[in-house]
Write a protein that binds this ligand. Structure first.
Ligand code: Q9C
Ligand code: ZN
Length: 342
């Protein structure tokens, strides 16, 4: 399998994050992509290729123009405001406050365009995220060109980012951009299967009112886990998109036995959707030793996951999402990809 990778992911190199009420060492860090790259080379998965540059057309179908402008200009604005170091928002326009226009003040703008305080925004965030979108679109190009599958080794991840806000370590929604890429290449329908431990709230929000993109997500029950405020089973889509959003919340402690049942059900739904292409939001944070997550999948289970995904029989773009047990991340991620190929 061909992998798309850019060293520019490392321009997003946050030092600290706010988690569980404390400023702690960031877990979404460059070493994540590097260990996956090393494992790809070690097992000879296939070539590593630089992304090709894509213009903003498809990104602009997913994200608002003012949000993109905010991300692009943020570091200059932050410095103009006399700030230094990583940026964190701390006030949000929750229901009862107004979210009609972005405030002038930098802290107001940060809150307007985010949903959590856990996602450090740094000097290199925009360039890394923008190159990540190119990475995802290049994987789509490879698959549209006739390959059965390709892997976009994106960082930072994307599935928590909605059309006009960031959060959950995510800034641009690479999986949603990939889905738009398949549609632009002529797919009539695209399925997105999100196997990250956390619900892909951004991806759901982007497509929940559309019938051309089916979103299916397996994740920890949001009553117990981030992002808490989306990802419940009764969110089935809106308007034309009714029936095209499927959430499968799973209990804390879920193991491969229970997970594989849910995965099989998800794949049945995807196979019956008449989708022309599949985007997999590939999070590896379902792993037992993940430091921020509470499922119990083991490394060998990711081989089985890959084999199950191949059963969908669709041209597939794998888009890297979460997974924070860095030592085993390369093995676990590449296990999915080799399990798919075998
Ligand atoms: N105490 C992704 O996996 N912080 N994002 C959780 C846990 C947010 C994860 C804090 C986790 C976001 C792409
Ligand atoms: Zn996750």
């Amino acid at each position: 399998m061909r992998t798309v990778y850019s060293p520019d992911h490392a321009r997003h190199d946050p030092q600290k994050e706010i988690s569980d009420g404390a400023l702690v060492d960031a877990v979404e860090k460059p070493a994540r992509a590097e260990i996956v790259k090393a494992r790809i080379e070690e097992v000879g998965l296939g070539p590593l290729e630089a992304p090709t540059a894509h213009d903003d057309t498809l990104i602009a179908r997913v994200h608002g123009a003012d949000y993109l402008q905010f991300l692009k200009g943020f570091w200059a604005d932050w410095q103009d405001a006399g700030r230094a170091g990583e940026a964190f928002p701390f006030v949000w326009p929750v229901p009862g406050l107004r979210r009609n226009a972005p405030p002038r003040h930098i802290d107001g703008r940060l809150g307007y365009y985010s949903f959590d305080a856990g996602s450090p925004l740094t000097e290199g965030t925009w360039i890394a995220a923008r190159k990540g979108a190119d990475t995802a679109l290049s994987a789509v190009d490879i698959v549209s060109g006739g390959e059965r599958a390709a892997f976009a080794l994106c960082r930072p991840p994307g599935h928590h980012a909605a059309s006009d806000f960031y959060g959950g370590y995510c800034f641009l929604n690479n999986a949603a951009i990939a889905a738009e890429g398949f549609l632009a290449k002529g797919a009539e329908r695209v399925a997105i299967l999100d196997v990250d431990y956390h619900h892909g709230n951004g991806t759901q929000a982007i497509f929940e009112d559309r019938a051309d993109v089916l979103f299916v997500s397996l994740h920890a029950d949001p009553a117990d886990e981030f992002p808490y405020f989306l990802g419940y089973a009764d969110e089935t889509g809106i308007g034309a998109g009714e029936g095209c959003n499927i959430n499968m919340p799973l209990a804390i402690g879920t193991d491969w036995l229970a997970y594989s049942d849910a995965l099989a059900a998800a794949l049945v739904r995807i196979k019956s959707s008449r989708a022309d292409a599949l985007v997999v939001s590939l999070g590896l944070d379902t792993f037992a030793k993940d430091p921020i997550s509470r499922f119990t999948l083991e490394s060998d289970d990711f081989l089985k996951m890959g084999a199950a995904l191949a059963g969908a029989g669709l041209p597939t773009a794998f888009i890297m999402e979460g997974g924070y047990a860095v030592a085993e991340l390369g093995i676990n991620c590449v296990n999915v990809l080799t399990g798919f190929e075998d």
